[in-house]
Design a protein around this ligand. Structure first.
Ligand SMILES: [Zn+2]
Ligand SMILES: [Zn+2]
Length: 261
């Protein structure tokens, strides 16, 4: 595993991106060449690698097949050979889901796969798919919404305590479709950041949220501020699923970062 020196707030970096190996639209090659052409200097691909512990979680619709990981790494290594130079460095990552049931096996496997880094994310609250479709949230009681949020933070706290991945993905993701909890989640979110500080993780300023019903980046300004107070590195990333999204909202992201107290 590479020891990434996180470059600080910098809109020439993006480490969270998807290709058609998972749920993106474009090929790895198109994404990496596009990133270089867009002037990014440090760029990582992080296709989904999701080992769902329970049946009927529909992860096969958006994750690469687990056994394809070696081929994915090999394809990216070839692109590193072609594209890396003084102005551009390509890194090989995945976005992996944290599950209480199998995190040891998941991260053991990924830490031996030749990756440069791992993004640890939570896309499920138990088996509820948090960011799949607004329709999943429609008609839920406020009590159910609160439960989804609570389980999300409990999983994130446990994930952040692990020493086995480098970057926390889109912290505060359940706000995506603008179904907010009735309680103040900041105390739980702060526990995630305290754990991240202890285990040396970075977080993202994930710009995809601006294109979603929540209409703001992940995570909120308050959490970005709390991360900065804890000296947690924050990496601006597009969570791009197409070449056209490679640097979406990066100017706003940099402005937000620079304005943080
Ligand atoms: Zn994600
Ligand atoms: Zn993603």
């Amino acid at each position: 595993m590479l020891k990434i020196v996180f470059p600080g707030f910098n809109s020439k970096v993006s480490l969270h991106n998807h290709s058609d190996w998972s749920d993106g639209q474009d090929t790895l090659e198109a994404m990496c060449r596009g990133a270089k052409a867009a002037g990014l200097r440090l760029f990582g691909m992080s296709d989904h690698w999701v080992a769902a512990p329970k049946p009927n979680m529909r992860e096969e619709t958006w994750s690469m097949k687990l056994e394809r990981l070696p081929q994915y790494v090999k394809t990216l290594k070839k692109l590193q050979d072609e594209l890396n130079d003084n102005s551009f460095q390509l890194l090989i990552g995945v976005e992996a889901d944290y599950f209480h049931e199998n995190y040891t096996q998941v991260f053991d496997k990924l830490n031996n796969a030749g990756l440069d880094y791992i993004i640890g994310s939570v896309h499920y609250s138990d088996i509820f798919p948090i960011d799949h479709d607004a329709a999943d949230w429609q008609g839920l009681s406020q009590a159910k919404i609160d439960e989804i949020w609570t389980i999300y933070w409990e999983k994130m706290i446990a994930a952040a305590e692990l020493g086995t991945f480098e970057i926390i993905g889109h912290l505060d993701l359940p706000k995506k479709f603008a179904y907010m909890p009735s309680f103040d989640y900041m105390p739980m979110a702060i526990k995630v950041l305290d754990a991240a500080q202890k285990t040396g993780k970075a977080i993202e300023l994930n710009t995809a949220g601006w294109d979603k019903p929540c209409q703001e980046q992940y995570p909120s300004n308050a959490l970005l501020e709390a991360a900065r107070q804890r000296h947690i590195p924050t990496v601006i990333s597009a969570d791009a699923h197409a070449v056209s999204q490679l640097t979406r909202h990066f100017d706003e992201a940099e402005t937000i970062c620079r304005a943080l107290p």
